[in-house]
Design a protein around this ligand. Structure first.
Ligand SMILES: [Zn+2]
Length: 172
């Protein structure tokens, strides 16, 4: 049985393996020759970055929060990432935000936690505490008719808050 190229709207035979995640080469999808070439070009862009740069790039507002961009499929995801990469190549690592990001001594756990709480990396502990209280109110089961989704969100928020309390709460 032949596998069809995984690229959106492509009907060619997929003979080439393309990794799905940067650090997990065991997961892959099959692409045709034309699309594996496009894919590799994009992939190489990231291979020139160090881990911190890749992490920042992927999480950056510049990458994600551009208007009119929708990540409909994984193909679309890489296309948008790539378009943004070209657009931002000269600017993104010069930005004040990246310098701030590099300077911060936060672990990736702390950074994830701040993202769950929808906060910036340079936030003060008092602001974290304030935001936590707001989010707890918002996602509290009593306010959401016991919604499972909200309950999970609240769990995540609580874990994120605990994480930050351990590392930042002490500095107070
Ligand atoms: Zn194809």
């Amino acid at each position: 049985m032949k596998t069809i190229c995984d690229w959106e709207n492509c009907n060619e035979i997929g003979n080439y393996k393309a990794p799905i995640e940067k650090d997990n080469s065991r997961k892959f999808r099959l692409l045709c020759l034309e699309h594996i070439k496009i894919f590799n070009k994009k992939w190489n862009y990231f291979s020139n970055m160090n881990d911190q740069e890749v992490e920042y790039f992927i999480k950056s507002d510049l990458t994600w929060h551009k208007p009119t961009k929708v990540f409909g499929s994984s193909e679309n995801f890489f296309r948008i990432l790539w378009d943004n990469a070209l657009e931002d190549k000269l600017n993104i690592f010069q930005s004040a935000n990246y310098k701030e990001y590099k300077k911060s001594k936060l672990s990736s756990k702390d950074r994830d936690a701040l993202e769950i709480l929808e906060l910036k990396y340079d936030v003060k502990w008092e602001e974290i505490h304030k935001k936590f209280k707001i989010l707890v109110k918002k996602y509290h089961p009593d306010k959401n008719f016991g919604s499972k989704q909200h309950e999970d969100k609240l769990k995540k928020i609580t874990l994120a808050y605990s994480q930050l309390k351990m590392t930042m709460g002490k500095e107070k």
